[in-house]
Every structure is written in C-alpha cells, then in structure tokens.
Design a protein around this ligand. Structure first.
Ligand code: 13P
Length: 224
C-alpha cells in the first residue's frame, strides 16, 4: 500500500469538488488517498470516502492571526493531514525552517499528521540537510516527508527513478526509518507506476495531474 496524495494548490471550484468527490468515491484502490483542496472547498468533502488534508496551517491554534488557518479547527472540520513547508510557501511567503518547525509542532499538537515538504533547486543535497536540521532528533513517528525538487514542480521534468531512490535513501539516513517518504514533482498518470516502483518510496504527492479526475483515478489504481 502506497500513499497517493493530491495537492490542488489554488485550483478547483465548488462544482469541481462535488464532481471529484462523487467520481473518486466510486474508485476502488488498495492505496491510501489523501486530498488537499483549497481550504475554502473543505466543506464540499462531506461524505468523501478517502482522507482529507489542508495545504497550510498557522503557527498557533487560536489567537489574533487574521487570515490564517488554525490546525485545531482544520482537525475539527475533518482534516487529518497538513502540508508544511511546501516550496511555494517557502518562496512566496518566505517561510523559513524556523516557521516550518513551528507549524510542524503546532500541527502535531492539534492531532494532524504533517507532511513536511523539502526540495532543492539544483540537485544540492546539502539544502535538504539544512531543511531537515531542526526536525532531526525530534519524535518523527507521526510525520511524513515529501521530497519535491523545485526544478520538477510544474515543469514536466522528473528525475530518473534511480536518482529519486538515491535521494530518498539519503533522506531516510537523516530522518530515520519511521517516517513515510513521498516524491512530488510532475507526477502523472503516465509516470506514476514507474515512480511508485522506486525502492525507498512510500507514495507520491501529485499537483497538476490531480485535477484530471480520470488521470488521478488511474494513479490511484497504479499496481505496484
Ligand atoms: P506538480 O505535480 O504540478 O508538478 O506539483 C507538485 C507539487 O508541488 C505537489 O505538492
């Protein structure tokens, strides 16, 4: 069983979410499926048979932080997972490793399972080491990591499977064996099976291709 996660980013609509829920509810899979819609659409997922997550959560669960999403309330509305430190948040909102650590901690306190995203710009593995430095030595038993090389996000480019395997092995050496490791970056219905066959992989985090319901259904059914 692998983890098949869908990050819609800032895409979708009420109509699309309704169609997605009704069609994906019909799809059988042995994998664990987690969908991360925009927070505004979480309410459309009543009756969804798979898991739900949030794309972001705040560094605190309550208080005067206008416009942020409380991890406690996200749990309350049905989320069980949250993305932390996605490269778009690191870049566009300047979230540094300190903020990522605070969000990771608060998400766990609220009962959410954080999926911590890490990724380098130019095949520089020391970046990954730096991004993980605050988390090393912590209790990572309820934490998932997603390796998303920035040069593969939305570009149609993926590293060769052997390279994904080498990086995941490197990450495992840093965080230990207890945390599932996902790969993300231009995963499609066409390449999912070969990526999911990588030795050290526990699943994929799918961006753009998760908005194609038929294609996402195929990824959910990839036999590995
Ligand atoms: P794409 O699959 O669109 O490249 O996005 C990957 C991603 O950022 C998932 O979090």
């Amino acid at each position: 069983m692998k983890i098949i996660a869908a990050n819609w980013k800032m895409n979708g609509s009420v109509r699309f979410a309704e169609e997605f829920v009704s069609k994906i509810n019909e799809v059988q899979t042995n994998h664990k499926v987690i969908v991360f819609p925009p927070a505004e659409l979480l309410g459309q997922f009543q009756g969804f048979r798979y898991c739900l997550g949030a794309q972001n959560s705040a560094i605190a669960s309550s208080g005067a932080i206008t416009g942020e999403s409380s991890p406690r309330i996200l749990y309350d509305v049905g989320c069980r997972y949250v993305l932390v430190g996605h490269s778009e948040r690191r870049t566009l909102f300047r979230e540094d490793d300190k903020v990522v650590f605070a969000k990771w901690q608060e998400a766990r306190n609220a009962g959410l399972i954080p999926i911590v995203c890490i990724g380098e710009r130019r095949r520089r593995w020391d970046t990954l080491q730096k991004q993980l430095s605050r988390l090393r030595g912590q209790d990572l038993s309820q934490t998932i990591f997603a390796y998303e090389p920035v040069w593969c996000i939305g570009t149609g480019v993926t590293p060769p499977p052997e390279e994904i395997d080498d990086v995941l092995y490197f990450i495992k050496g840093l965080v230990g064996k207890q945390s599932p490791l996902l790969y993300g970056g231009s995963v499609t219905a066409e390449n999912a099976k070969s990526i999911l066959s990588v030795n050290n992989i526990d699943g994929v985090l799918v961006g753009g291709a998760s908005l194609d319901i038929a294609g996402f259904s195929q990824i959910m059914q990839a036999s590995v």
